[in-house]
Design a protein around this ligand. Structure first.
Ligand code: HSC
Length: 698
């Protein structure tokens, strides 16, 4: 027996305690240990029941994800589950913390299940590009019926113990030590001669309209294939005998294991955890974060204030006039009302947040006690510098002074204070109380504990925080500017904005770049074009046809017209017929003969532009690792999770192919398509972006 399972006797009951911290993942040694312990219990004279329980914070968090992609090692989990279920002994699982994926599958192989009230169960394999592969798609529908099982498996959601009880997944919910309540339940079952109750012997699930269910789930997944495949596995649980259903599940699991989507999603899982794990911050304590100041109460400032209030911090928000203070208060109240409606907070919590936790003031003196202040005023260097001068005078020593600028130089902002070591960029994404990404922008003089405080704030607010260096646009907006340019070039050369949007939605983005521009407001891009015009490289191609719309006051969704025309009360828009003429006029002026683009070429050019600029961002140290770029694009820019991020996408395509594409595009526009030195180097060395992630983890 391995040391991952502790075996003990308690009267007629053998207790198998899983000991594989931190979350009892089902690594090979755990599987082997469980299998051996079942053998031992069955050979142990007098044993009539087995209790499986997890030590530490969870029952079992699932199969060991680090083993995926490597050759499978015996005993395989499906075999172990069948072995547990087939035992002549009565098997009971006592669950606490999470029982996820293979963890729930082990529990479903037991004959009875008891759980703590705080326990959660789920089959989240679809979030890894997989489906439950150890009988979950066959056993769960036999307990819950097909529809609830499909909902649970295709969403991957965690189900609370009380709901799992109602659904028939568990038999009892009892508070107490998991070992003790499990023993009492097992003894009770023995005392009343309860029968073994293998789930596999229950009748198969009811029939559904499987094709319609499959189509619905596929559509909802926007190109993600694992949830739709899981529908077919549940179909097998309805139509086939248990063993044949299990074999079908196994085949589908093995097929999904070979997909790019599985690679991308597992990369996303580990990167999401690695992104805020910076070696340079090991052992560095963050500063206090009890009271937060926010300068500016527009959409962004109010969103940041809302996020901080919801995280239990007190907030002092500064605006310039009484009217502006009132407007900011209204925005925050609106945001908090949304949180109340969604059940995130209770009415008394809501009232407390709008009451003593929030101070609205016109005076910087109100900031004298805050621990960290975030400036979210107009994007103008002189305005920002003036604000930071005032913050320097008003805030206590040690207070962290942060700017929410999207692209301005944090070093220049820091220089407006006498304490540049306390200055940092904290770039939130709108709406700040909803969007998950936070770029923590580290300037030349930023102190390490100030960086640690930025990450601590991100964690407290439930954000994915990414370290970025100073440059125009930091990681995300800098890369965005370049792939947007690639899209604009394609419009000049003959693709329509609508075809481009459609092709990118087909790739997995929730929206294409032109629909996003309409949503953000075309005035933003217009202002940026004007700002950049004086410094523009003569070879840069910048279309101006959309400026004609802006000049007429059409700024996208908010005015009802942009690339698309929006009818009041209707979701989404229809292509604006004016665009074709505007583009044609510009093409004529520039002497361009439009050519057709395939959807595949559109995606390829867009992605190559993104990867090339991302490689520059990593090469220059603006992002420390390729995974930092991946997480920025995933959590701030709607990049499809199942590709893992642009760098992972590039690795999957093969960096040599990406480079070859860039070089071929350079035949038409050598200035725009200059290959990033890091990309050229990696191809020359036969290495990948993921190799750089691994180097950084050493
Ligand atoms: C599965 O079960 C497949 C099966 O259906 C079939 C298999 C059949 C195979 C057949 C072959 C023939 N593995 O998130 P945290 C690590 S798929 C390895 O920070 P929290 C995590 O990386 C699996 N490691 O903590 C981190 O490491 P670090 C289905 C795992 O409290 C540490 O644990 N299960 C791991 O915020 C702490 O994690 C899932 O998808 C795993 N399964 O959240 C569950 N799970 O410290 C995935 C965690 O070095 N896990 N780690 O950074 C989670 O959702 C969350 O981690 C928890 C804990 C909610 C468990």
């Amino acid at each position: 027996m391995t040391d991952k399972i502790a075996y003990e006797r308690h009267g007629d009951i053998a207790v198998l305690r899983i000991q594989n911290p931190p979350v009892n993942a089902l690594a090979q040694a755990v599987r082997q240990g469980l299998s051996d312990a079942m053998d031992r219990a069955e050979a142990d004279t007098g044993v009539r029941a087995v209790l499986i329980v997890g030590d530490g914070r969870a029952f079992i968090a699932g199969a060991d994800i680090t083993e995926f992609g490597k050759p499978p090692v015996t005993p395989h989990l499906p075999v172990l589950c069948n072995r547990i279920e087939a035992s002549p002994l009565l098997v009971v699982a006592s669950m606490h913390g999470v029982s996820l994926g293979g963890g729930l599958e082990v529990a479903l192989s037991a004959h009875y299940r008891i759980a703590q009230p705080s326990a959660r169960v789920g089959l989240p394999e679809v979030h890894l590009g997989l489906l439950p592969g150890a009988g979950g798609t066959q056993r769960l529908p036999r307990l819950t019926g097909a529809e609830p099982a499909i909902e649970m498996i295709t969403s991957g959601r965690h189900v609370k113990a009380s709901e799992a009880l109602e659904m028939g997944i568990i038999d009892r919910v009892t508070e107490g030590d998991p070992r003790e309540v499990g023993l009492a339940f097992a003894q009770e079952l023995l005392d009343r001669d309860a029968p073994r109750r293998p789930v596999s012997e229950l009748p198969g699930a009811e029939p559904l309209d499987w094709d319609a269910t499959y189509d619905n789930v596929l559509k909802k997944g926007r190109g993600q294939i694992s949830p739709a495949t899981a529908v077919r596995a549940v179909q097998a649980a309805s139509e086939l005998p248990f063993d044949a259903g299990l074999a079908a599940e196994r085949r589908m699991f093995a097929d999904l294991m070979q997909t790019d989507q599985r690679q991308g999603m597992i990369h996303a899982f580990f990167s999401e955890r690695a992104v805020s794990n910076l070696p340079e911050l090991k052992g560095i304590a963050p500063r206090a974060l009890n009271a937060i100041g926010v300068i500016g109460g527009g959409t962004m400032g109010a969103g940041i204030a809302t996020a901080c209030l919801l995280a239990g911090m007190s907030v002092v928000l500064i605006e310039m006039s009484e009217d502006a203070c009132n407007a900011a208060g209204k925005r925050i109240a609106g945001n908090l009302a949304g949180a109340l409606k969604r059940g995130k907070i209770s009415q008394p919590q809501h009232d407390a947040l709008m009451g003593e936790a929030l101070t609205l003031s016109q005076s910087y003196d109100a900031l004298s006690d805050v621990d960290l202040v975030i400036e979210a005023v107009f994007e103008d260097m002189s305005v920002k510098r003036e604000v930071f001068g005032k913050l320097d005078a008003a805030c206590k020593p040690g207070c962290v002074l942060a700017s929410n600028t999207s692209y301005l130089d944090i070093n220049e902002i820091a220089a407006a204070t006498a304490r540049p070591a306390d200055v940092i960029g904290l770039h939130f994404f709108s709406p700040a109380h909803v969007m998950k990404l936070l770029e923590v922008v580290v300037a030349d003089h930023t102190e390490a504990d100030v960086v640690a405080t930025g990450f601590a704030l991100g964690k407290a607010l439930g954000k994915v925080s990414v370290r970025a260096g100073v440059c125009d646009g930091f990681i995300g907006n800098r890369i965005l500017a370049v792939y947007r340019d690639a899209a604009n070039h394609m419009v000049l050369d003959g693709a329509t904005p609508f075809q481009i949007d459609k092709a990118l939605v087909g790739f997995g983005f929730a929206m294409g770049p032109f629909a996003v521009a309409d949503l953000a407001g075309l005035d933003i891009g217009w202002a940026t074009r004007k700002r950049k015009a004086p410094h523009r490289h003569p070879q840069e191609r910048v279309p101006t046809y959309i400026d004609r719309l802006c000049e007429q006051g059409h700024f996208g969704q908010k005015t009802g017209e942009g690339y698309y025309v929006y009818e009041k009360g209707k979701r989404g828009g229809v292509p604006n017929p004016k665009i074709a003429d505007l583009v044609a006029a510009e093409q004529a002026e520039l002497g361009i003969t439009p050519r057709p683009f395939s959807d595949e070429e559109i995606v390829r050019r867009y992605m190559c532009a993104m990867v090339n600029e991302a490689a520059r961002v990593v090469g220059e140290g603006i992002a420390r690792r390729p995974l930092d770029v991946d997480m920025t694009l995933l959590f701030g820019y709607g990049f499809p999770r199942y590709w893992g991020g642009p760098m992972k996408w590039a690795d999957i395509q093969g960096l040599d192919k990406v480079l070859a594409d860039i070089e071929s595009f350079a035949d038409e526009d050598a200035w725009f398509w200059q290959p990033a030195p890091l990309l050229t180097d990696l191809v020359a060395q036969g290495r990948t972006f993921d190799d750089l992630n691994k180097d950084a983890a050493k």
